[in-house]
Design a protein around this ligand. Structure first.
Ligand SMILES: [Zn+2]
Ligand SMILES: [Zn+2]
Length: 262
């Protein structure tokens, strides 16, 4: 296959950008805390599963320290912490804090799923795989918003939650079953059956729309092939975090203890 002409590729990218912007704004558009417009650039999710003892649904945070507020390299202590009962709140990585919701003292360096065991407040302890056997849900707990010269990590607003979970995101493509293997065993143990299970519904829908729109963006087939190649490639698994937060793109996360998707 010939490489596309640079000008034709640039025109194709411009056409695709123009076509996808309205849908991208509907999917990810938001407002930053200072009132300026922006997009949700990352969505952090946590696994939720029922206790096999008492049936209570529990957020399975791997650690009390969920994420720093600023990027790691800025070395600031402000962080989002999760109490043992799964409430998320702002605190510091270097000092304990009582949960504002339930009052439970929360130590930032606590691991909640040591040796892959999750313990419910009823005292029942079970391996994460057993919890996943009844199905894991993934709940949005934090969003990263990006605007002009500004990024912020925050608890999601009601409209951001509604946008993440909207019924309009109905992807249709099937990426095939995850086959057994050394690297995929952890995924299968935690309830993922097909490759598309690794991605949130909204992200899958938007990627599918990108692929559909790509066909229409150039009469030069080498351009449409080049535009569709990055997103049509098989998903690369970059380190699932089965103990808790989010699914696929851990390597892209800029904060420790979290992983995020879009
Ligand atoms: Zn329980
Ligand atoms: Zn609490």
């Amino acid at each position: 296959m010939l490489a596309p002409d640079a000008d034709a590729l640039r025109a194709g990218i411009a056409a695709l950008t123009q076509r996808v912007l309205p849908e991208a704004a509907a999917a990810y558009g938001t407002v930053l805390s200072n009132g300026s417009p922006g997009q949700v650039s990352h969505t952090v999710r946590v696994a939720v599963a029922a206790c096999t003892g008492c049936g209570t649904r529990q957020r399975l945070f791997p650690h009390a320290l969920v994420s720093l507020l600023a990027r790691v390299e800025r070395n600031q202590p402000e962080a989002f912490l999760a109490c043992p009962n799964g409430h998320l709140f702002e605190g510091r990585r270097d000092r304990p804090k009582a949960c504002p919701t339930c009052g439970t003292r929360t130590e930032p360096d606590t691991a909640y799923t040591p040796r892959r065991q999750a313990t419910c407040s009823c005292g029942h302890s079970k391996r994460l795989e057993a919890r996943a056997g009844d199905g894991l849900d993934w709940e949005v707990v934090l969003v990263e918003r990006a605007g002009v010269n500004r990024r912020e990590l925050a608890l999601p607003t009601r409209s951001e939650l509604a946008a993440a979970q909207g019924e309009r995101w109905q992807p249709t493509r099937v990426l095939g079953p995850i086959r057994e293997g050394q690297e995929t065993a952890v995924l299968l143990r935690h309830g993922f059956r097909n490759w598309e299970d690794l991605y949130p519904r909204r992200q899958r829908y938007v990627v599918e729309r990108l692929l559909e729109l790509t066909d229409d963006c150039s009469s030069d087939q080498s351009v449409t092939t080049a535009l569709s190649r990055p997103s049509s490639a098989p998903p690369r698994w970059r380190g699932c975090s089965p103990a808790g937060t989010a699914t696929t793109s851990r390597a892209t996360s800029r904060w420790p203890g979290t992983a995020s998707t879009s």
